[in-house]
Design a protein around this ligand. Sequence first.
Ligand SMILES: O=P(O)(O)OC[C@H]1O[C@H](OP(=O)(O)OP(=O)(O)O)[C@H](O)[C@@H]1O
Ligand SMILES: Nc1nc2[nH]cnc2c(=O)[nH]1
Ligand SMILES: [Mg+2]
Length: 179
Amino acid sequence: MINDIKEIMLTREQLAHRIAEMGQEISTDYAGQEILMIGVLRGAVIFMADLARAIDIPVAIDFMAVSSYGSATTSSGVVRILKDLDETVEGRHVLIVEDIIDSGLTLNYLLENIRSRKPASVKICTLLNKPDRRKVPVEIAYNGFTIPDYFVVGYGLDFAEKYRNLPFVGILKPEAYNL
Ligand SMILES: O=P(O)(O)OC[C@H]1O[C@H](OP(=O)(O)OP(=O)(O)O)[C@H](O)[C@@H]1O
Ligand SMILES: Nc1nc2[nH]cnc2c(=O)[nH]1
Ligand SMILES: [Mg+2]
């Protein structure tokens, strides 16, 4: 598996260091309050597990799964909910947690959807941000790393469901795309 990686972009130490910083910043910003962290399945799971443990105020966690907005056909920005929240959002401080923001279409939809449920507040936290690929603007409150437009895997991010369990973020060798 590691032989499929051309280059490590973010080492496990860099990830751990930055996530500790993000956890402290979030704990300070929300001091005296409680957060509802909403992870977007499946990529965000690994990041969210580490981030939650870097936060030292009370957090509840929940997850949503959405369908991708379509590949070959149209990129309409319409996202379908495959798994909805179990928790109620009304009156709570929501932090949406993502592994990566690319076109912004997924989050643009999710943000509107969560806002319609009347949270006390809602902010976005992402590990990685690829601004070069943005199609719709997204306001990010907590951004781990801004990265150039390479397809990356590891630390939750997959290629065809593989590589999510790598402890670092890396760039695949071209031959690894040939399944
Ligand atoms: O900004 P966008 O262009 O909308 O792209 C970002 C989304 O795409 C990825 O999810 P994916 O659909 O690959 O599902 P996964 O998390 O299960 O891998 C990623 O985890 C984000 O949710
Ligand atoms: N695995 C993976 N999924 C993505 N979704 C949007 N950008 C990326 C990326 O660079 N890697
Ligand atoms: Mg994916």
